[in-house]
Write a protein that binds this ligand. Structure first.
Ligand code: NAD
Ligand code: DAU
Length: 339
């Protein structure tokens, strides 16, 4: 099996590469990543040691470059993780989200059509369903929940999903889509809630909580997400969407307090800042279809996963330092300076 993984130098893509090396050591992994600010090539240091792993620095928007990789490698399966993934950045600069997340996906699928593949899998997000009210804990996102997006990010991801379904219906491309809730774990860029709070707390810096910190997210340990994607690839039905999540809803303020407690830092570091524009209230996935059809289920409880995650960042402060060098301080100042 030759599997082409885009976005493999980012958070979930790299965890997926490591899962494949562990669980499917006979597969050849062709990793394609443009190495944007969100990537860290050192994340893949151990993967480079495997003879079954090859890496291409390429942009999924570059039709010729992507075509050349397909021509050379002839992948059987493509999994598309590559994306601009941060909601706050999409609010500041939507254009790159449209280009990478929509056009990039189309470029990849055109290459799949030209060269033929057994499966194109699109890594999607629960944000395409919009949000749920905080006072209706009985409501969940199902695969047939209407698409109803809030941010330029979620709109670009929803557009990509629709395009994937169009390529299936119109051209018969064998596709699947998974839509996952918020991931946490090793190698997440510290612009996202959990690593940002761990990084700031470790340095006794203020923890910027948007609004009142009452927005709810449904957290899934990244390795469980990766097992879910593998299950969709191997057992999922072509043309189908699968929601992946673990029924683990927490308000942001709860998460921040857990991190402070684990690190032995005072709650006085919490600083409430101006809310995100259009801030989604609550995400909550119903993973029943994936569980019933694929036999998939998350195995990492949040209380264990968050400890593992904090421990990982504490042991990899050099990795964090690499991520926060370069443009990070400028980004942080622009995003949080006058908030
Ligand atoms: P990330 O930002 O950590 O990584 C994205 C990777 O894609 C980076 O390595 C980056 O260099 C690469 N990339 C960006 N633009 C590219 C381009 N034009 N060409 C090639 N490579 C490019 O993102 P992540 O959190 O790992 O998310 C991966 C995927 O999973 C995304 O599609 C995201 O929408 C989806 N997703 C994320 C979460 C989450 O909680 N993080 C949850 C559900 C779905
Ligand atoms: O649900 C899946 C989505 O989860 C993915 O599709 C996205 O790629 C991923 O970034 C994530 O989106 P969120 O917007 O939920 O994640 P983020 O970590 O940015 O924020 C989580 C919550 O924490 C959200 O309610 C905003 C809040 N927050 C975030 C940051 C960065 C803060 O209160 N302070 C912060 O500094």
């Amino acid at each position: 099996m030759k599997i082409l993984v885009t976005g493999g130098a980012g958070f979930i893509g790299s965890n997926f590469v490591y899962l494949l090396l562990e669980e499917r050591p006979e597969w050849k992994i062709i990793c394609v990543d443009a190495l944007t600010y969100a990537a860290n090539i050192h994340t893949l240091n151990d993967a480079f040691k495997s003879p079954n792993f090859v890496f291409y620095k390429e942009d999924i928007r570059n039709r010729e470059g992507i075509s050349a990789i397909f021509e050379k490698e002839r992948p059987d399966v493509v999994v598309n993780f590559a994306a601009e993934s941060h909601v706050d950045r999409s609010i500041e600069n939507p254009a790159i989200f449209l280009e990478t997340n929509i056009i990039g996906t189309a470029v990849l699928m055109d290459a799949c059509r030209k060269y033929g593949i057994q499966r194109f899998h699109q890594v999607g997000t629960d944000e395409v369903y919009g949000d749920l009210p905080l006072d209706r804990p009985d409501l969940f996102f199902h695969e047939d929940t209407p698409i109803h997006t809030s941010s330029p990010y979620s709109t670009s991801k929803a557009s990509a999903d629709l395009l994937v379904q169009a390529y299936h219906r119109t051209y018969g491309l064998p596709v699947t889509i998974s839509r996952c809730s918020n991931n946490y774990g090793p190698y997440q860029f510290p612009e996202k809630l959990i690593p940002l709070m761990i990084n700031n707390a470790s340095q006794n810096k203020p923890l910027p909580v948007y609004g009142e910190g009452l927005n709810v997210r449904d957290w899934l340990y990244v390795k469980d997400h990766c097992y879910g994607i593998l299950a969709v690839l191997e057992k999922g039905r072509v043309g189908e969407v699968y929601n992946l999540g673990g029924h683990n809803e927490k308000a942001n303020i709860e998460i921040v307090k857990i991190i402070l407690s684990e690190l032995g830092k005072p709650e006085s570091l919490i600083t409430f800042v101006t809310d995100r524009k259009g801030h989604d209230q609550r995400y909550a996935i119903d993973p029943g279809k994936a569980m019933a059809e694929l036999g998939w289920a998350p195995t990492t409880m949040f209380k264990d996963g968050i400890k593992l995650t904090i421990q990982w960042y504490r042991e990899h402060m050099d990795w964090m330092a690499e991520c926060t060098s370069g443009g990070y301080m400028k980004y942080y100042e622009e995003m949080y300076g006058n908030r």
